[in-house]
Structure formats: structure tokens, C-alpha cells
Design a protein around this ligand. Structure first.
Ligand code: KG4
Ligand code: ZN
Length: 350
């Protein structure tokens, strides 16, 4: 059970190409949550175009915020605080959410809380998306318990984090080059699949053989870091070899073999770290945690409970910002109205 004080938080997210707002009660119950995705706009560029993203955030942010308040039947005076993504993310995108949150905080005299986007991905595992309110179950399972080994895998990050309590993190390792989601996006482009690469590779892989190509796994033994650039280059080499030979690209097999190499390393290293550091549970979050093969492989191979948020809460949303914002709020965090965005903000302690 949650024995922390009750609070209702308005969350605002605009770190990349999703404009989102949500109202969450007590870090778990989602009263309303909306996401305006720009994915179709960016698809023709093959990735996120920063200026286009900022402009779209400006257009979408007020309708989204008033939409969630309306859906939750609340006025701004009825929320206890406004939590907003402070970083990491695209500077021009972050600024839109931050300035909006500051304006609302000033106008309604509500406290302002800057939230780390990576921390928020982790807190998506506490959200009670089915609307259960008894507090004992989250997503049909027990609430995550500490010490917890968290793998945050998104378009910009691949982080292995030991969490000893709420808001207490020890960063064990991260990617040395491409993030896992970035590798999915780049490889999709190499084999002619549309952006975003994660969902299109997952779909193509369903009809492919994961053992068709022996792609390398960078274990980086002795460290808790990851590297995906060698794998990407191996796919590129294979694509060139096939093209030069005049062969049609076996897109499904390439997708399945690539996906299986990423999944092997992510799952393998996370399980090793969980044992090494005596974690009692595992938590997987971030856009790539929506990947079916990754979710299934974790459940199959882990001998510890594994928490993965429901798919809709894996990719960027504002319920997770409000969820993390709640824990920051009840631990006393209040940020000044001259707070700046932090585009390269690492996951830090309270
Ligand atoms: O967390 P997120 O929405 O945004 C960031 O914070 O970066 O993650 C987006 C990333 C993209 O790289 C996208 O390709 C990847 O998550 N992704 C997936 C899947 N769905 C989204 N990767 C693999 N499989 C998926 N099903
Ligand atoms: Zn994210």
C-alpha cells in the first residue's frame, strides 16, 4: 500500500516528438491522459526534425492540457502541483512544455516540479492503468519492490540503473554509442522500413528467421555498458553484400536477426546485473520496452519478477511525468519559476 500523502499532479511532456498531458492521483491512478503524436509528420524525414517538433508542440500543448483537465472534470486549482519534463530531450521541444508549465504555475499559484524524463519512464511501472485504486496491485501484479534493477531503453537512452529506494539511483552503465531505439530506427532505414523503426522491425520480424544471419552481440564484458554501432555496421555490410550480388533483400530475416541480437544483449546483461547487485526485481521501461520479443524474452529467461508497463505507457506520455512528479512532490521538491531546461540531464538522485 502507498502510505505517502495523497496528491493530484498535472503532468506535461514535450521532450521529443510527442506533446502530452495527464492528471494522475497518488503516483498511480490515471484520471486522464492524452498524447498528440507527430510521428506522421516526421516519418517523411526518416527521424525527428527538431524545428518541426517545436512548432507542433506550440500548436498542440494548450488543447491537450485543457483536454485532460476537462476529461478529469478538474480545474487547475484542483491539482496540487504541475510536473513538467525538464530533460533530457530536444532543447526547443523541452522549452515549449517548460514555458507552458511555468505560465500555468504562475497563473494558478501551483508549485512547479521539473522531472527527469528517464526517471519518469521508470515510474510508468507504478501507474495503475486499469483504474484499480486499492493500491496493492499495479498492472495486475504486485507493486515494484526495491532493490530494483531498471533497464531504460528508449530512442535516446539505454541505461542500466540500480534503484535502492524511491528516487535513489545508481547508474551502472549505458550505451557507448547508439541507444537501443536509435539502432532500431537506423537499421529500419537501412533495410527500407518506415520510421519509427521499432514497430516496423517488430512487425517485419514476425515473418522472419532470427537465426538467418549471425549478427554480433557486443557483451562488453567487465562493464555494464552497451554498444549497438557494431551491430548496425554488420547489418549495413550484409545489406551491401546482398545488393551487390543482385539479391532481393530478405527484409524479414534481417529484421528478425537484428532484433534477436539486440534482445539477447539487453536481456542477458540486465539479468547478469540483477544477480551481481542482488536486485529482487527487474523493471524494463522506455519506448523499446514496447517490443514484444524483448518483453517475452525477459519473462521467459528471468528468475525474478519483471515489471514492464503496458504498451501505451512504454512510449512517451505525460502520465509517467505526473507519476514521477508525485514522488518528487511528496518528497518536498519545489522548483523556482526561473528553472531552465536541461537537454543532457543524467538520471540523478533527489
Ligand atoms: O521512449 P520513447 O517513446 O522516446 C524517447 O524517449 O526516446 O522511445 C522511442 C523509441 C524509438 O526509437 C522507437 O523506434 C522505439 O522507441 N520503439 C520500439 C518499439 N516501439 C517504439 N522499439 C522496438 N520495438 C517496438 N515495438
Ligand atoms: Zn522517452
Amino acid at each position: 500500500m502507498n502510505d505517502l500523502p495523497p496528491a493530484r499532479i498535472l503532468g506535461i511532456e514535450s521532450s521529443c516528438d510527442e506533446t502530452a498531458a495527464a492528471v494522475v492521483e497518488n503516483g498511480r491512478t490515471i484520471l486522464a491522459s492524452m498524447v498528440a503524436s507527430q510521428v506522421n509528420l516526421h516519418a517523411r524525414f526518416g527521424g525527428v526534425f527538431p524545428e518541426v517538433a517545436s512548432r507542433e508542440h506550440i500548436r498542440a500543448i494548450y488543447p491537450i492540457i485543457s483536454g485532460v483537465l476537462q476529461e478529469a472534470h478538474l480545474s487547475l486549482d484542483e491539482v496540487d502541483a504541475i510536473a513538467v519534463t525538464r530533460g533530457p530531450g530536444l532543447p526547443g521541444s523541452l522549452v515549449v512544455g517548460m514555458n507552458t508549465a511555468k505560465g500555468l504555475a504562475l497563473g494558478s499559484n501551483r508549485p512547479l516540479i521539473g522531472v527527469n524524463h528517464l526517471e519518469a519512464h521508470i515510474y510508468s511501472a507504478w501507474l495503475d492503468w486499469t483504474g484499480q485504486t486499492d493500491g496493492s496491485q499495479v498492472n495486475g501484479r504486485e507493486e515494484p519492490r526495491f532493490p530494483l534493477l531498471a533497464l531504460v531503453v528508449s530512442g535516446g537512452h539505454t541505461e542500466l540503473v540500480l534503484m535502492t529506494d524511491h528516487l535513489r539511483y545508481r547508474r551502472l552503465g549505458a550505451t557507448l554509442d547508439d541507444a537501443a531505439g536509435e539502432a532500431f530506427d537506423k537499421v529500419a532505414r537501412l533495410i527500407g522500413l518506415p520510421y519509427p523503426g521499432g514497430p516496423s522491425i517488430q512487425k517485419a520480424a514476425e515473418d522472419g528467421n532470427p537465426r538467418a544471419f549471425e549478427f554480433p552481440r557486443a557483451w562488453l564484458e567487465g562493464t555494464w555498458n552497451f554498444s549497438f554501432s557494431g551491430l548496425k555496421t554488420a547489418v549495413l555490410r550484409e545489406v551491401r553484400r546482398l545488393e551487390q550480388g543482385g539479391f532481393p533483400l530478405p527484409v524479414n530475416d534481417l529484421a528478425a536477426s537484428f532484433q534477436s541480437a539486440v534482445v539477447d544483449v539487453l536481456v542477458g546483461k540486465t539479468l547478469m546485473a540483477a544477480h551481481e547487485f542482488g536486485a529482487s526485481e527487474i523493471l524494463v521501461a522506455g519506448g523499446v520496452s514496447a517490443n514484444r520479443a524483448l518483453r517475452e524474452t525477459f519473462i521467459e529467461r528471468a528468475d525474478l519478477p519483471v515489471h514492464v508497463p503496458p504498451i501505451a505507457l512504454c512510449t512517451d506520455n505525460a502520465a509517467m511525468i505526473a507519476g514521477a512528479g508525485y514522488y518528487r512532490f511528496v518528497h518536498g521538491q519545489r522548483d523556482p519559476l526561473d528553472m531552465d531546461v536541461l537537454p543532457n540531464w543524467p538520471l540523478t538522485e533527489l
